[in-house]
Design a protein. Structure first.
Length: 382
């Protein structure tokens, strides 16, 4: 049964981080156009990630012995909120910092922690996630990519698809089958770290409707992995990946994908007296966003307490992406009521971009149907 999501406040010492981050971003992102800000956590800029690392803002929740700051989940929530709200290009380090590092910290061997975590904190190791496969969609239990024992190591064959930044990442954490068959579903699945520079790995970028190439298809042809590529226990991959997905599904990135458009539209409304319909649209958006932010913060509180709120995170992600997708439509409809009024070009570009990519918001991190199945199980309905 799903636990209660309790109202949670950010501790003052973590809230104090906000002013410092905001001041840095005002300078670092000066002159960045709204349609560029709209790309935010899909915007890849390794140099920017290194600037964050130099300030100790990567690996905030990791122990100091690995290069982290030993801060809590609330500090990371503040940092994430400011980065996304400003439209910072965070994609290079995002996955490694958000979920790969916590996964390695929890399940990795001492040698894996010593090797990977300092590099993640220094923005020297970027990770991607190998979950989805061609023909499988969000049904992770049906994956066919296999890692077979081979001379003390593993031999990897198969493919992954819709892998964000695979063509720019150093490593992939892949969910693979190490025993059994597809019919075994959740049994026999494991997680392995794949060095994407190894022989037999090939990456093919996929261009999306907006002309970007964030996603890739990755092929493994007899890739030789060392024994220590395995993370955690063999066969425990399903439980591990579900714990990992709680980090992916709960954060403010599931609320703020359209925030650059919202702010650009607000600036336009301030220049012209907003009519009643525009004010009503703004009220509807902000009231939903306020509730969803409180829910996301409550999930951060559960993570801070050492819990794994998979059901609650799925709920936040489902509702959050629904609002993210609605914002471009609502703003577009509002602008369309006054076809005789000129609209600034930056606002039009930002709206056009988000109208193209918004359908993906409810796909990444698990489709709406998958999430609602998780929620139903959490509520004891199936």
């Amino acid at each position: 049964m799903i636990d209660t999501l309790e109202l949670t406040a950010i501790p003052p010492e973590d809230e104090a981080l906000r002013a410092e981050v905001r001041a840095f971003l005002a300078d670092a992102l000066d002159g960045l156009e709204p349609d560029e800000r709209a790309r935010s956590w899909m915007g890849f800029d390794a140099g920017f990630s290194r600037q964050l690392a130099e300030r100790g803002w990567l690996g905030l929740t990791l122990p100091r012995e690995y290069g982290g700051a030993a801060r809590g989940h609330f500090a990371r929530f503040v940092l994430s909120e400011e980065l996304l709200g400003a439209g910072a290009p965070v994609s290079a380090h995002w996955i490694a910092d958000r979920q790969s590092a916590p996964l390695i910290l929890k399940y990795g061997t001492p040698a894996q922690r010593d090797f990977y975590l300092p590099r993640i904190c220094a923005a020297q190791a970027f990770f991607c996630i190998g979950m989805s496969e061609p023909g499988s969609g969000s049904d992770l239990a049906s994956i066919r990519t296999r890692a077979e024992p081979d001379g003390g190591g593993w031999r990897l064959n198969g493919s992954k698809i819709w892998t964000t930044n695979a063509h720019r990442s150093h490593y992939m954490i892949a969910l693979v089958r190490t025993s059994g068959t597809v019919d075994d579903r959740h049994q026999g699945l494991s997680q392995v770290i794949v060095d994407l520079s190894l022989p037999g790995v090939s990456v093919r970028p996929i261009e999306d409707l907006a002309g970007d190439a964030h996603f890739s298809e990755v092929f493994f042809d007899n890739v030789a992995l060392p024994a220590d590529a395995l993370i955690g226990e063999e066969g425990a991959g399903w439980a591990q990946v579900n714990a990992e997905l709680a980090f992916e599904r709960s954060g403010p990135e599931r609320l703020y994908s359209s925030i650059a458009l919202l702010e650009c539209w607000l600036a336009h409304c301030r220049e012209r007296d907003a009519d009643a319909a525009s004010r009503a649209t703004l009220g509807a958006i902000l009231s939903q966003m306020a509730v969803l932010r409180a829910m996301s913060l409550a999930v951060a509180g559960k993570l801070a307490a050492g819990l794994s709120p998979a059901t609650e995170a799925s709920l936040v992600k489902d509702l959050g992406t629904e609002l993210e997708q609605a914002i471009p439509r609502l703003i577009g409809d509002t602008l369309g009521r006054h076809p005789d009024r000129p609209v600034p070009l930056p606002l039009l570009r930002t709206l056009a971009y988000l109208e193209q990519v918004a359908p993906t918001f409810s796909l990444r991190g698990g489709t709406r149907e998958i999430l609602r199945g998780i929620i139903a199980r959490g509520l004891g309905l199936r």
